[in-house]
Ligand binder design. Sequence first.
Ligand code: C5P
Length: 221
Amino acid sequence: IHRINIAIDGPAGAGKSTVARKVASALQYVYIDTGAMYRAVTLKVLESGLSTDDDAAVGRLADGLDIALLPGDEAQQVRVNGENVTALLRSLEINRNVSFVARLPRVRSRMAELQRRMAQGKGVVMDGRDIGTHVLPDAELKVFLTASPRERATRRFRELEPGTEITLNQLEREIAERDRLDRERAIAPLLQAADARLLDSTGMTADEVAEQIVQWGLAAA
Ligand code: C5P
């Protein structure tokens, strides 16, 4: 059978990773969560005390990181220089800093290079912000996945560690701010590709959304 690449982009909390994982498993494709890669770089930036404005220093740091994505039961497992950092990537601190790291030109070019390499053999479902527009402009299927701000905040709320001190309203505001930063950055902003299908998942289950994308994928293969 003919294998294709599937790009799934959209704002924070639209359900991209849950859905992308289901699509990949249905098609026996490889799932790649590019947000986790930017989160992993952000973790290392925060640990090293570098400023998120320092493109040269953060770029050098990113160049030296060996980022490996491994399939897991729930979230995809992320290893940085051999260390499994998966459990550290979804904190409020990372949420609040990742868009500043992700706007740095050297970080973006490094991540895009790694992502293109991962997709070379086809049969990849990649989720992110700029996959259809920049990383894989030739992807055979592109989906732009959205949901209402409230539903997106609710989904992210459930992902936080129990006991995290934040209200749903505050989380909704922080998500809106992160989306604004992602949409307004100079390089590879969050944007629906001209040839992407728009899918609003508000009120749909993850299985329903995945089923729709699988059908489009089979039609495109
Ligand atoms: O998808 P997730 O919420 O984990 O992404 C975290 C952040 O990583 C985004 O808010 C964005 O700043 C950055 N990102 C990006 N390009 C991608 C994927 C994520 O800039 N392809």
